[in-house]
Design a protein around this ligand. Structure first.
Ligand SMILES: C[S@@+](CC[C@H](N)C(=O)[O-])C[C@H]1O[C@@H](n2cnc3c(N)ncnc32)[C@H](O)[C@@H]1O
Length: 355
């Protein structure tokens, strides 16, 4: 028998229905006898309402349903994150330890409905971070929605390298604050993390998407650095034309159009295409960005660029062609070159951007 979903005030209730048996119904003479028979009926059918699950049961069921999806390895963690998210609607301080300690308590009916809605979105492939509306990056909390790329852990490598460079610059040139610009700021992850770690730096952040910029500005407020970052809408470095920077940082779109079909459906269907794709070979934005960066950098200034898997050789060539020096690559934890570092030489005049 299909059990009915638990409902506020009705969960765990049993309803009894009297049904007369065949031989008894033969002796029915009138309405009075019939109601007497019902009262004495011997066959009782019980229609149970489904009791609300315990937190443990809810987790196990949710995990099982996600294991069948495209990311079975993350099923448990995702289920737990979404359950905590639902519980926090009522008690914001709820955490994993509380969940473990109260695993045998029943989920309140209202909470079960919220959890089910989150699970339905997850089963449709939506990333947990969009469902939660937030994520963590470089130890800070960021609001995210479908207007922005979800910041990735590998981008923290770029942030770390940028902090390191800026601190060195600061110690060699204390009088002038280091000037940094983040091109393609998206959620503001890089710019906000840098502003947070480098209170002495002047930071600008640019994005083509005004919707993304609204998220970035909200994240600057969320992390207490709103007054420290200048935000601009526009193409690459055009909004700050004429300014000179000590550091240009960027995690631009770098996925090849030809790889669109093989991209994880979660990424392809939910994250903004403008944040992902860069022409047929994935190098389209780099080709336009490098000349612009060269001209925006002060002599001796540095570029830190996130690159895609397998793009090291192409980037080394593009950077050298543009006149950058001291080109090096930093590997991520898997040993894959993830960040390109290059310097505008002190004396060499910048080459003109190619048409
Ligand atoms: C890969 S996302 C990076 C977002 C964020 N910096 C991060 O690391 O999580 C690239 C961002 O570049 C922006 N973008 C794409 N083309 C651009 C352009 N021509 N000028 C400025 N921003 C651009 C996109 O809107 C997107 O927000």
């Amino acid at each position: 028998m299909r059990r009915r979903a638990c409902r506020p005030g009705r969960d765990c209730r049993k309803v009894s229905i009297g049904i007369p048996n065949r031989s008894a119904s033969a002796s029915i003479r009138g309405a009075q006898e019939f109601s007497n028979l019902i009262a004495k009926a011997s066959i009782l059918m019980t229609v149970p309402y489904k009791p609300c699950p315990t937190l443990r049961q809810a987790l196990v069921e949710a995990e099982e349903s996600l294991v069948a999806g495209p990311h079975p390895a993350r099923a448990r963690r995702d289920a737990e994150t979404l359950l905590l998210l639902a519980l926090r609607r009522a008690a914001p301080e709820t955490n994993r330890a509380w969940l473990i300690a109260h695993a045998d308590e029943r989920l309140a009916p209202g909470m079960e409905a919220i959890f089910s809605a989150f699970m339905a979105r997850r089963k449709a492939g939506e990333p947990v971070q969009y469902i939660a509306g937030e994520t963590e990056f470089y130890g800070l909390s960021f609001h995210v929605n479908r207007d922005v790329l979800i910041p990735r852990p590998e981008t923290e490598l770029l942030v770390e390298a940028a902090i390191d460079r800026t601190r060195k610059l600061r110690s060699s040139r204390a009088a002038q604050p280091p000037r940094i610009v983040d091109v393609g700021t998206g959620s503001g992850a890089i710019a906000v993390a840098l502003a947070h770690a480098l209170p002495f730096a002047e930071i600008a952040a640019i994005d083509l998407s005004t919707a993304a910029l609204a998220v970035a500005e909200a994240n600057a407020r969320r992390n207490g650095v709103a007054g420290r970052i200048r935000f601009f809408a526009g193409d690459l470095l055009a909004p700050v034309a004429g300014e000179r920077f000590d550091l240009v940082v960027s995690n631009p779109p770098y996925v090849a159009e030809r790889d669109r079909a093989t991209l994880d459906a979660e990424v392809r269907n939910f994250e903004p295409g403008q944040a992902l794709f860069a022409g047929e070979d994935g190098l389209g934005v780099y080709r336009r960005l490098l000349p612009a960066v060269f001209h925006a950098l002060a002599a001796g200034g540095a570029l830190l660029l996130e690159i895609g898997h397998g793009q090291q050789q192409a980037l080394a060539e593009l950077l050298a062609l543009q006149g950058f020096a001291a080109i090096e690559f930093l590997p991520d934890l898997q040993g894959i070159a993830r960040v390109a570092l290059a310097r505008r030489p002190e004396s060499q005049p910048g080459k003109l951007p190619r048409a």
